[in-house]
Every structure is written in C-alpha cells, then in structure tokens.
Design a protein around this ligand. Structure first.
Ligand code: FES
Length: 183
C-alpha cells in the first residue's frame, strides 16, 4: 500500500468513526422528544383508581408519585359542615394552600361527595390518619396532632401551617378517578 493510500484509508476510517459517534449522540438526544410524541408516553404520569369498593366514611389510600393520596367519600352531613363558619380554621378559603384551580371552592374538590388529597401533613410531612365519623376532625397527624376537616382544611389551633395539598385529577366515570400530573 502506498503512503497516500494509507493516509486516505485512515482518514476515511476516522471520518466513519466520528460519524458513528455523532449519529449515536444524536439518537440519544432525540430519544426523549421522539418518545414524547408517541401515544401513551404520558401514561406513567397518570394513575387510575377504582372507587367502586369505597364505602361511605372509608378512606382509600394509594401511592402516587412517591407520596400517598387519600380518597374519601363524604356524607351529606360532612359536606354541609364545610360551610359552618363557626369552625375556626387557619385558611378557610385555602388562599395560602395548594390545590388545582378546580378545587378552589368550599369543598376543595371536583365533586362534593369525593375528597382527594395528598396524605402528607403540611407541617413536617407525616402521613395523616383518617378519623372516625363522630370526630369533628376527619384527618389528624400523629406527629404533632394537627387536625384537618373533611376538605383537608387545618384547624386554627394546629401547628400545620396550611391545608392538605390537593393533587391534579379527573373522573373518567362515576367510579373511576384518574390521578394526573402536570409536571
Ligand atoms: S408533622 Fe403533622 S403536625 Fe407536625
């Protein structure tokens, strides 16, 4: 092989290697964009929850995005109690609390009978526990005893600073809830 042929072959080989690396890098960069166009890509950002087995007064707890979501069927009495202005709450209109736009109402939910909230206390994040039907509080925190009503609104004398956070969700049917993430 002559020297000029050797140089040409080497240059050709190096060009091909560089092209190969460029192509591989390009594929890695393009992968997330291409995947996001595919149908079903966002499925990992949703979770369906069947509510058909949930009875009045019960609270269903499901893991969601590394946290726990509480779903409670409220009785008519519990819904009516949410409008009782004599109950002393820290943020009754939830102006300082976190919820989607659709939950900016007295019952902090899409449907008055179904309450959905993250189970983390807004003090130090302990998981709140459901309370029995005879208690004015419907959730309480085992760590420092903050109490919340049936809309997750914190009572005025509690140490938790805000109402329970409400996740994004929608109803696919009467008994099927879809937890969604806007992140
Ligand atoms: S963590 Fe709930 S009251 Fe402190």
């Amino acid at each position: 092989m002559r020297f000029s042929e050797y140089v040409l072959n080497r240059r050709y080989l190096l060009t091909k290697i560089v092209q190969g690396f460029s192509l591989t890098g390009g594929l890695f960069l393009a992968y997330p964009f291409v995947r996001s166009w595919l149908p079903g890509f966002n499925q990992s950002h949703t979770r369906e929850v069947d509510l058909s087995d949930l009875a009045f007064g019960e609270v269903k707890q499901v893991p969601w995005l590394g946290r726990r979501v509480m779903i409670k069927i409220r009785s008519t009495e519990e819904v009516e109690a949410l409008s009782d202005a004599s109950v002393s709450l820290k943020d009754p209109d939830s102006t300082r609390s976190k919820q989607p736009e659709f939950a900016r109402n007295t019952h902090r939910s899409q449907r008055a009978d179904i309450f959905v909230a993250y189970g983390n206390c807004t003090h130090f994040g302990c998981i709140v526990e459901p309370r029995g039907p005879n208690s004015p509080a419907k959730f309480s925190c085992p760590c420092h005893l903050s109490e919340f009503d049936a809309a997750g609104r914190v009572f005025a004398d509690a140490v938790a600073p805000k109402n329970l956070e409400i996740p994004d969700y929608q109803f696919l049917s009467r008994n099927t809830l879809l937890l969604t993430s806007s992140d």
